[in-house]
Design a protein around this ligand. Structure first.
Ligand SMILES: Cc1cc2nc3c(=O)[nH]c(=O)nc-3n(C[C@H](O)[C@H](O)[C@H](O)COP(=O)(O)O)c2cc1C
Length: 375
């Protein structure tokens, strides 16, 4: 079974009672490993998301059960030019490990060099983005643009693998369009040049975000006996029931979650609990929501050093507070305030007003974020 590796060497190294040994064996049997990173059985990954998966957001996802996460994508050229925005995206924190830094680009030398830069901040892995469908990225032969040229994809990957001692993973799509779904070949070729895991978004580049993600090809990659690296499925998972159904139907090693975590980091623990017990956790109370909003806000202020953190948080309030009747009035206030104590006061007002009021998770919106993506 690719990815779920029976770590025999670990077992030999453990000299414990036979009961403890059995427990260790069970533990090792079910672990998913990416190079030297050990993840629990069926890990849940937070997807890289531009302008969303920054350190404050990753922190609340970690608190709520995400097993591994990625930075938003970083341009290899930007990193080399020392663009401040690109460099800031390299910020990672001890408590969020394991964390991967995602890079993109269409030039082998630049990709190799940027992987070296990435290595200096010591993430747990380097991820390559071969999935971004934005025109500006694709036209430079980067992101999903590479899906049209497997040889280039292999060369870029090999250049990154050779330039770093960190495990390298890839995130990609099924192919360029309906006529060229080449993910099975891509997975084999990239494994051959040394990637340690692959995450596959079940759409083609042409689909952008349209239609439903098709996981049947992801399952084919997973079931290919030549593939021994972990295969993570991605696309449209927005409930514990769907996560369980897809786990059973497609046999993947874990799931990567993007949009469903925006404003709802509880999704990770909800899925874990459901997989373990078959029961749904209750939706978060307003107290729990406000506590997470506050933590996100404090982390944002800490990371961005003040006002910028307050401003960046503005885009998150609506997502966290979706579904509460009459919430607009409060949201409108929150996005105008600049003083922390005033924001806290409004959050506390919301907490009082909606005490005992339960709002269920809302399905993910099929937004096409790429349309407004400025990369
Ligand atoms: C706001 C936003 C930003 C994204 N940025 C990135 C990115 O930087 N790198 C990447 O590989 N994918 C990016 N994606 C794609 C997601 O990682 C993921 O593949 C996609 O949203 C499908 O998963 P989902 O249905 O769970 O959201 C982004 C998606 C969204 C919604």
């Amino acid at each position: 079974m690719g990815g779920c590796i029976f770590a025999a060497c670990n077992i030999r190294a453990v000299r414990k009672s036979s009961r403890e040994l059995r427990e260790t064996e069970t533990l090792n049997l079910i672990m998913v490993t990416i190079g030297n990173i050990q993840l629990p059985e069926f890990p849940l990954l937070l997807a890289p998301m531009e302008d969303v998966s920054d350190p404050p957001f990753r922190s609340v996802c970690k608190d709520n059960g995400a097993d591994m996460m990625y930075t938003e994508f970083i341009s290899s050229e930007g990193l080399i030019r020392d663009a401040i925005k690109s460099r800031q995206k390299l910020d990672i924190f001890e408590e969020e490990r394991p964390v991967g830094i995602q890079i993109f680009g269409g030039d082998e030398e630049a990709m190799a060099l940027s992987a070296k830069i990435v290595e200096t901040v010591q993430p747990d892995l380097v991820d390559i983005n071969f999935g971004c469908p934005v025109k500006k990225v694709v036209s430079k032969g980067a992101g999903a643009g590479v899906l049209k040229d497997i040889e280039l994809m292999v060369r870029l990957t090999e250049a990154v693998v050779k330039s770093t001692s960190l495990p390298v993973t890839v995130k990609t799509r099924l192919g360029w369009d309906d006529q060229s779904k080449n993910i099975e070949e891509v997975a084999e070729r990239l494994q051959d040049v040394g990637i340690k895991a692959i995450s596959i978004h079940g759409r083609t580049r042409s689909q952008m975000y349209k239609g439903e993600a098709d996981w049947s090809l992801i399952a084919k990659v997973k079931n290919n006996p030549r593939i021994t690296i972990p295969v993570f499925g991605n696309g449209d998972i927005d409930s514990p029931q769907k996560a369980l159904a897809y786990k059973n139907k497609y046999g993947i090693d874990g799931i990567m979650i993007g949009r469903a975590a925006i404003g709802y980091p509880w999704i990770f623990n909800e899925i874990k609990h459901f997989l373990l017990t078959g029961e749904m956790l209750p939706a978060p109370t307003i107290e729990q929501r406000i506590a997470v909003i506050k933590k996100h806000l404090y982390k944002s202020i800490e990371w961005k050093k003040g006002l910028l953190g307050i401003l960046e948080m503005r885009s998150h309030y609506a997502n966290y507070l979706k579904g509460f009747p009459g919430i607009k009035e409060y949201r409108n206030k929150l996005v105008l305030l600049k003083e922390l104590n005033e924001i806290e006061a409004v959050l506390e007002e919301i907490e009082c007003k909606y005490k005992g009021y339960m709002v269920e998770r809302t399905p993910i919106e099929m937004i096409n974020y790429h349309e407004k993506c400025a990369v």
